[in-house]
Design a protein around this ligand. Sequence first.
Ligand SMILES: [Mn+2]
Length: 204
Amino acid sequence: MSNNTNKRVSIVERKTNETNISVKINLDGQGKGNIKTGLPFFDHMIEQLSKHSLIDIGLKCDGDLHIDSHHTVEDIGWALGNAVNKALGNKKGIKRYGFSYLPMDECLTRCSIDVSGRPWLIWNVFLPAVSIKDIETEIFKEFFQAFSQAASLTLHIENLYGTNTHHIIESCFKSLAVAIRGAISIDLLNKENIPSTKGTLTER
Ligand SMILES: [Mn+2]
Protein backbone atom coordinates (compact mmCIF):
# COMPACT_ATOMS: atom_id res chain seq x y z
CA MET A 1 0.00 0.00 0.00
CA SER A 2 1.59 3.26 -1.05
CA ASN A 3 0.54 6.74 -0.07
CA ASN A 4 -0.53 7.46 -3.65
CA THR A 5 -4.11 6.86 -2.72
CA ASN A 6 -3.79 9.15 0.31
CA LYS A 7 -5.53 6.44 2.29
CA ARG A 8 -3.29 5.14 5.03
CA VAL A 9 -5.03 1.82 5.48
CA SER A 10 -3.97 -1.80 5.34
CA ILE A 11 -5.10 -5.35 5.81
CA VAL A 12 -2.86 -8.14 7.08
CA GLU A 13 -3.73 -11.81 7.28
CA ARG A 14 -1.32 -14.06 9.15
CA LYS A 15 -1.91 -17.78 9.56
CA THR A 16 0.35 -20.36 11.15
CA ASN A 17 -0.25 -23.59 13.03
CA GLU A 18 -0.28 -21.51 16.22
CA THR A 19 -2.39 -18.47 15.37
CA ASN A 20 -4.80 -17.23 12.72
CA ILE A 21 -4.90 -13.44 12.71
CA SER A 22 -6.63 -10.84 10.59
CA VAL A 23 -5.94 -7.15 11.12
CA LYS A 24 -7.44 -4.14 9.41
CA ILE A 25 -6.24 -0.66 10.31
CA ASN A 26 -6.76 2.98 9.36
CA LEU A 27 -3.99 5.28 10.58
CA ASP A 28 -6.23 8.30 10.08
CA GLY A 29 -9.10 6.93 12.08
CA GLN A 30 -11.01 7.92 15.17
CA GLY A 31 -9.63 5.43 17.64
CA LYS A 32 -12.27 2.81 17.02
CA GLY A 33 -11.18 -0.63 18.14
CA ASN A 34 -12.91 -3.90 17.42
CA ILE A 35 -10.62 -6.38 19.14
CA LYS A 36 -11.14 -10.09 19.69
CA THR A 37 -8.00 -11.90 20.80
CA GLY A 38 -9.58 -14.41 23.13
CA LEU A 39 -7.75 -12.72 26.04
CA PRO A 40 -9.94 -10.04 27.66
CA PHE A 41 -7.04 -8.23 29.34
CA PHE A 42 -5.13 -8.08 26.04
CA ASP A 43 -8.28 -6.84 24.24
CA HIS A 44 -8.34 -4.05 26.84
CA MET A 45 -4.70 -3.17 26.03
CA ILE A 46 -5.16 -3.09 22.25
CA GLU A 47 -8.32 -1.04 22.70
CA GLN A 48 -6.23 1.48 24.65
CA LEU A 49 -3.68 1.52 21.84
CA SER A 50 -6.42 2.24 19.31
CA LYS A 51 -8.28 4.80 21.42
CA HIS A 52 -5.27 6.97 22.22
CA SER A 53 -3.45 6.68 18.88
CA LEU A 54 -6.67 7.35 16.90
CA ILE A 55 -5.73 4.34 14.74
CA ASP A 56 -8.86 2.34 13.92
CA ILE A 57 -8.01 -1.30 14.57
CA GLY A 58 -10.10 -4.31 13.61
CA LEU A 59 -8.39 -7.39 14.97
CA LYS A 60 -9.40 -11.00 15.27
CA CYS A 61 -7.16 -13.79 16.45
CA ASP A 62 -7.80 -17.49 16.89
CA GLY A 63 -4.75 -18.63 18.82
CA ASP A 64 -3.60 -21.74 20.63
CA LEU A 65 -4.72 -20.47 24.03
CA HIS A 66 -5.07 -24.06 25.26
CA ILE A 67 -1.24 -23.97 25.41
CA ASP A 68 -0.80 -20.46 26.77
CA SER A 69 -1.04 -16.84 25.69
CA HIS A 70 2.50 -16.62 24.31
CA HIS A 71 1.90 -17.19 20.59
CA THR A 72 -1.26 -15.10 20.55
CA VAL A 73 0.30 -12.02 22.16
CA GLU A 74 3.56 -12.16 20.20
CA ASP A 75 1.98 -12.93 16.83
CA ILE A 76 -0.49 -10.08 17.22
CA GLY A 77 2.55 -7.83 17.70
CA TRP A 78 3.91 -9.06 14.37
CA ALA A 79 0.61 -8.66 12.53
CA LEU A 80 -0.20 -5.24 13.95
CA GLY A 81 3.32 -3.93 13.32
CA ASN A 82 3.21 -5.25 9.78
CA ALA A 83 -0.13 -3.53 9.23
CA VAL A 84 1.26 -0.20 10.48
CA ASN A 85 4.31 -0.49 8.22
CA LYS A 86 2.15 -1.28 5.18
CA ALA A 87 -0.26 1.56 5.89
CA LEU A 88 2.60 4.07 6.28
CA GLY A 89 3.78 3.42 2.72
CA ASN A 90 6.75 5.64 1.84
CA LYS A 91 6.22 7.72 5.04
CA LYS A 92 6.06 11.00 3.14
CA GLY A 93 5.06 13.93 5.31
CA ILE A 94 5.05 12.17 8.67
CA LYS A 95 6.52 13.83 11.74
CA ARG A 96 8.67 10.70 12.22
CA TYR A 97 9.47 11.28 15.91
CA GLY A 98 6.97 10.90 18.71
CA PHE A 99 7.22 11.10 22.49
CA SER A 100 5.08 10.68 25.53
CA TYR A 101 5.22 10.69 29.29
CA LEU A 102 2.19 8.69 30.40
CA PRO A 103 1.10 8.89 34.02
CA MET A 104 -1.36 6.40 35.40
CA ASP A 105 -2.12 6.82 39.08
CA GLU A 106 1.13 5.85 40.85
CA CYS A 107 3.15 5.03 37.74
CA LEU A 108 4.86 6.92 34.93
CA THR A 109 6.00 5.47 31.61
CA ARG A 110 7.96 7.17 28.87
CA CYS A 111 7.82 6.19 25.20
CA SER A 112 10.05 7.55 22.44
CA ILE A 113 9.60 6.57 18.80
CA ASP A 114 11.52 7.08 15.58
CA VAL A 115 9.69 5.76 12.53
CA SER A 116 13.13 5.11 11.18
CA GLY A 117 12.85 1.95 9.10
CA ARG A 118 15.37 0.48 11.55
CA PRO A 119 13.73 -1.79 14.09
CA TRP A 120 15.00 -1.53 17.65
CA LEU A 121 13.44 -2.03 21.06
CA ILE A 122 14.61 -0.70 24.39
CA TRP A 123 12.43 -2.16 27.14
CA ASN A 124 13.23 -0.86 30.60
CA VAL A 125 10.14 -2.17 32.31
CA PHE A 126 10.02 -4.30 35.44
CA LEU A 127 6.69 -6.05 36.01
CA PRO A 128 6.16 -7.01 39.68
CA ALA A 129 3.46 -9.66 39.19
CA VAL A 130 4.25 -12.88 37.32
CA SER A 131 0.84 -13.13 35.69
CA ILE A 132 -2.39 -11.25 35.10
CA LYS A 133 -5.37 -13.50 34.52
CA ASP A 134 -4.10 -16.14 32.08
CA ILE A 135 -1.26 -14.00 30.73
CA GLU A 136 2.31 -14.35 31.91
CA THR A 137 3.47 -10.76 32.17
CA GLU A 138 6.89 -11.50 30.65
CA ILE A 139 5.16 -11.96 27.27
CA PHE A 140 4.37 -8.24 26.99
CA LYS A 141 7.98 -7.46 26.12
CA GLU A 142 7.62 -9.89 23.20
CA PHE A 143 4.58 -7.96 21.94
CA PHE A 144 6.56 -4.72 21.82
CA GLN A 145 9.61 -6.49 20.35
CA ALA A 146 7.53 -8.03 17.54
CA PHE A 147 5.65 -4.77 16.97
CA SER A 148 8.83 -2.70 16.68
CA GLN A 149 10.42 -5.24 14.33
CA ALA A 150 7.41 -5.58 12.04
CA ALA A 151 6.55 -1.87 12.04
CA SER A 152 10.25 -1.18 11.41
CA LEU A 153 10.55 1.50 14.05
CA THR A 154 12.85 2.42 16.89
CA LEU A 155 10.85 2.07 20.08
CA HIS A 156 12.05 2.91 23.57
CA ILE A 157 9.71 2.19 26.47
CA GLU A 158 10.74 2.86 30.05
CA ASN A 159 8.70 2.66 33.19
CA LEU A 160 10.17 5.33 35.42
CA TYR A 161 8.22 4.25 38.52
CA GLY A 162 5.11 2.35 39.52
CA THR A 163 3.98 -0.57 41.64
CA ASN A 164 0.71 -1.88 40.19
CA THR A 165 1.33 -4.38 37.39
CA HIS A 166 -1.95 -3.66 35.59
CA HIS A 167 -1.13 0.05 35.59
CA ILE A 168 2.45 -0.47 34.43
CA ILE A 169 1.40 -2.65 31.48
CA GLU A 170 -1.49 -0.39 30.54
CA SER A 171 0.74 2.69 30.71
CA CYS A 172 3.12 1.01 28.24
CA PHE A 173 0.31 0.55 25.71
CA LYS A 174 -1.06 4.05 26.30
CA SER A 175 2.37 5.67 26.05
CA LEU A 176 2.97 3.82 22.77
CA ALA A 177 -0.42 5.08 21.57
CA VAL A 178 0.30 8.73 22.36
CA ALA A 179 3.85 8.63 20.98
CA ILE A 180 2.89 6.86 17.75
CA ARG A 181 -0.03 9.24 17.23
CA GLY A 182 2.50 12.06 17.07
CA ALA A 183 5.09 10.19 15.04
CA ILE A 184 2.76 9.08 12.24
CA SER A 185 0.79 12.31 12.05
CA ILE A 186 1.28 14.46 8.98
CA ASP A 187 3.52 17.50 9.46
CA LEU A 188 1.58 20.24 7.66
CA LEU A 189 4.76 22.32 7.27
CA ASN A 190 6.61 19.44 5.60
CA LYS A 191 3.93 17.26 4.09
CA GLU A 192 5.50 16.79 0.65
CA ASN A 193 8.84 15.56 2.01
CA ILE A 194 10.26 12.43 3.54
CA PRO A 195 11.80 13.58 6.85
CA SER A 196 15.26 12.09 6.32
CA THR A 197 18.52 13.52 4.96
CA LYS A 198 18.99 10.08 3.43
CA GLY A 199 15.82 10.64 1.44
CA THR A 200 14.22 7.40 2.56
CA LEU A 201 12.79 5.85 5.70
CA THR A 202 12.21 2.48 4.11
CA GLU A 203 15.81 1.48 3.31
CA ARG A 204 18.28 0.79 6.09
MN1 LIG B 1 -7.12 -0.91 32.90
